[in-house]
Design a binder for this molecule. Sequence first.
Ligand SMILES: NC(=O)CC[C@H](N)C(=O)O
Length: 729
Amino acid sequence: MSTLRFQALKDAADRKPVKFEETDKKSVIFGSNVFNDKAMRQFLTPDAYKGVKDAIQHGTKIDRKLADYIAMGMKEWAVAKGVTHYTHWFQPLTGTTAEKHDAFFETSYDGSDPLEKFGGGQLVQQEPDASSFPNGGIRNTFEARGYTAWDPTSPAFIFGTTLCIPTVFISYTGEALDYKTPLLRALNAVDEAATEVCKYFDKNVKKVTATLGWEQEYFLVDSSLANSRPDLLLTGRTLLGHTSAKGQQLDDHYFGSIPSRALNFMRELEEECMYLGIPVKTRHNEVAPNQFELAPIFEETNLAVDHNSLLMDVMSKVAERHDFKVLFHEKPFKGVNGSGKHNNWSLATDTGVNLLSPGKTPMSNLQFLSFFINTIKAVQEYEELLRASIATASNDHRLGANEAPPAIISVFIGAQLTKVLEELEGVTKGKLSPEEKTDLKLNVVGKIPDVLLDNTDRNRTSPFAFTGNKFEFRAVGSSANCANAMTTLNSIVAKQLKEFKKEVDTLIEKKDLKKDEAIFNVLREYIKQTKNILFEGDGYSDAWEKEAKKRGLSNHKTTPAALKAKVSKKALELFHDLNVMNHVEVEARYEIELEEYTKKIQIEGRVLGDIARNHVIPTAIRYQNTLIENVRGLKEIFGKDFEKIAKEQIFLIKEISAHIEGINTNVEAMTEARKKANALTDAQKMAEAYCDKVKPYFEIIREHCDKLELLVDDEIWTLTKYRELLFTR
Ligand SMILES: NC(=O)CC[C@H](N)C(=O)O
């Protein structure tokens, strides 16, 4: 009997839900481990408080002296809560978060006078020995220094006994080495551009904030079962495994009653989130067995991104306490739904208006339409770049099936808004007659709110869907740092809004049009130009692939193909012009992402080769030997008649041999392909070789292994099966 698998199954079967009791109401504990406004008022001097507030609201610099006072207050607050260490908490380009804890504890030079110390210097800037983070060639090893610098717009928080200070991470020469820096710059760009456009409608608007509400999908697998699978452990997904007879066909998991062990995990997780100020609100079973979802209330984008990164970390830790492993991989199991992290995005003014929500007056609706149509135009102009922003080895597996969008980026707006756009397309060129203006205001622009209330249709195959008061970027993968997608989306919208402002102003100045006439005129042209990006139908159909090609839309099914758009002239100019990233920063990221792709496929190839040869083949041979033994016995008993009697067994013996042969030849060929790919020096070429020459073997090898799984005696099969991973709870 295969001991590890059966021991793991026994462990899992014996588990009881880990008990958990909430300490208090959510509203009471919410944010109590965050150095938020309330804590700042309590622990900071009025000057220090004002300094942080100004930095948050207006980006004003905090001088060293003030930083000392802020640090003092922060330390006092943290120490009172039992904190012993502090860390700059940042998001390097590895996709995870990074932290290096230092104790508050200090002594004087001769080792006497031990005390707890934390000064402005330590708060504002640090120099972690961070030479091993990906840098895409920006940092030479001889000047490997990178700095972390405090981001006061995202509040410090306590995790365990450590004070975590959100920071950016930049190189010695000033280039961004993290996700946060370009995101902050993109948010700044969209704020500036959107505020200018808002002024057409309301002069009081001083700031526009991009908001983000992510939805985190994930799988929970019993930790013993997960640990029994080398592929899950090392790659985050199953590289083989025959599909379970029952999967998600009955749709009986989706929104069903949450299994007790999972529910207790969620309750404890939510409590941790509350302390950390992550406003989680929704939890439910997702479509695939053992798949779940968690979603917070939307927040300012930078904070929402930090919260999502933090959440993923917290989830893994809480899961351990409940004997689960959380899978963030976009496609951990073949044949059932994968996991996304849909990014719900909108823009909000400091006057309290959601710019993607229709208002009560024709003018506010014209404002809504301006932002709505400009977003569509931005996506249309930069669809390829948007696709690149969600490209990873793991997301490639997810796109194009099981309620995840295809690789073609398109925008879904629903039937009602399609009609509104059709009507606006008919607006007269140049000046409008008083009758036309009235008609537009009354019958087109004035009607939107009623229309949208009924607009509840959803298209799960759409990568970018309007859902009533926001756009849902559904293509983002569950393991991604949202910053990548959000930096791109906010940049392209910023760029487009600037363009719009320029065009409208030109019509007002040169053609003597009234403001609303000019806006109608520009929007009309945009509507005409953006038809190719709008799509309401089935994103999975062959017809759409053909149609999209005709429309000139990109369809990059793999990451190496998709990533190229990141370094196109158009993209480099976009990021440069908006001061989001200079060419060096963009090119470095491109290199890093290609390398990450290559390494992921390389690891998968190695793991698959190992499992196929060292787990599957030996098991198959053991079973084949049993069959051979059986045939021999039959021959002994039945003499020449044995062939008829042992027909099936002989057939099986041959079949097993054929699969073993299939595995061996293909693992060998895959290894050769890897060697060839490794010899390439160009990162793009190497990633392409891994994609086109190495990866195709995965399916072939898997096919042979999965066939063997069906043939071999269940009692001796070493690898935990799909039905066990997906249905043990
Ligand atoms: N119900 C859903 O929206 C499923 C979404 C799907 N899991 C995805 O990959 O995006």
